[in-house]
Design a protein around this ligand. Structure first.
Ligand SMILES: Nc1ncnc2c1ncn2[C@@H]1O[C@H](COP(=O)(O)OP(=O)(O)OP(=O)(O)O)[C@@H](O)[C@H]1O
Ligand SMILES: [Mg+2]
Length: 283
């Protein structure tokens, strides 16, 4: 039997003195961040610090600004006020090298956005080869390692249409890890999956968290938030209205809006349980 390796063996958390020094600087810091689309204020003064190796879970109603928050951190959206620091460097300053910064921040979306005409391995290695100019042999070796670590060692030669949604999403995670990011952003990455495929993606994310990756996770998976999250923030109308340890916030939400949101989420989780479609249709 082969010895079992984990994602941490591949992703690797450096133990050098420099890395330890870096570990004391927050990975991300948002200071008074405002974001508007026209008159629509979407982020209304966000202050947030994410420490190295921290897993921050973000929850909130639809439209509360969760995706926009991630997109601003990744410089996919410009902000109108405030600033964002990444590893101590202000990335929202004029003249910042957005593409270099984005290489250090991996993002995974609800839609996997794999290239349909490329095999899994080519999807994973494409950016590293094009952007980082990594030689093909090295890119493929590392790509295969990462695919194996997300449980897809046998699927390197498969095309996206030959893979399940959960497998495609794991390819997308491997693709993001290929750039050796210092931060991973996950935006509802299990929301489009059939329920039986959610677990395999969450397990990959849990293992990544255990390997020491710094992560911001927008999710409706409250069990994951509780088990894997170090901290949870609840957003409403572009503001952080509550934050704390996930177990505490979920068990004892202090803010009325958090309570209402959680009540509705839990209701939705259970409302359909036990219901069946009677023959002959509804009453
Ligand atoms: N590109 C855009 N142009 C204009 N308005 C936008 C754009 N992107 C988002 N918005 C608006 O910003 C607000 C916040 O959207 P955002 O997608 O961040 O919410 P969310 O919390 O991620 O919601 P959901 O849970 O539905 O994904 C919404 O009012 C949305 O209509
Ligand atoms: Mg969203």
């Amino acid at each position: 039997m082969q010895p079992k390796t984990s994602i941490s063996d591949v992703v690797g958390v450096e133990e050098s003195a420099a890395a330890q020094q870096a570990a004391t600087t927050p990975v991300v810091r948002l200071e008074g961040v405002h974001k508007r689309f026209g008159d629509n204020v979407v982020l209304d003064g966000i202050d947030l610090t994410i420490e190295a190796k921290e897993v921050l879970v973000v929850i909130g109603r639809s439209g509360s600004g969760k995706s926009t928050l991630l997109r601003c951190i990744n410089l996919l959206e410009p902000i109108q006020q405030g600033r964002i620091l990444f590893e101590g460097e202000e990335i929202t300053r004029k003249g910042a090298d957005a593409s270099a910064i984005r290489q250090r921040i991996g993002i995974v979306f609800q839609q996997f956005n794999l290239f349909p005409h490329l095999r899994a391995l080519a999807n994973v290695t494409l950016a590293a080869r094009r952007v980082k100019k990594m030689p093909r042999s090295e890119a493929e070796r590392r790509g295969r390692e990462l695919l194996a670590r997300v449980g897809l060692g046998e699927k390197a030669e498969s095309y996206p249409h030959e893979l399940s949604g959960g497998q495609q999403q794991r390819v997308a995670i491997a693709r993001a890890l290929m750039m050796e990011p210092h931060l991973m952003l996950f935006d509802e990455v299990t929301s489009a999956l059939d329920p039986e495929l959610v677990g395999e993606v969450l397990v990959v994310m849990r293992d990544l968290a255990e390997s020491g990756m710094t992560m911001v996770v927008v999710t409706h998976e409250m069990q994951f938030a509780r088990d894997v999250g170090d901290r949870l923030v609840f957003m409403d109308d572009g503001r952080i209205v509550e934050e704390g340890r996930p177990g505490d916030v979920l068990a004892n939400p202090r803010d009325q809006r958090t309570r209402r949101f959680l009540r509705r989420t839990l209701l939705l989780d259970h409302a359909l349980e036990g219901l069946t479609v009677e023959e002959g249709g509804s009453e």
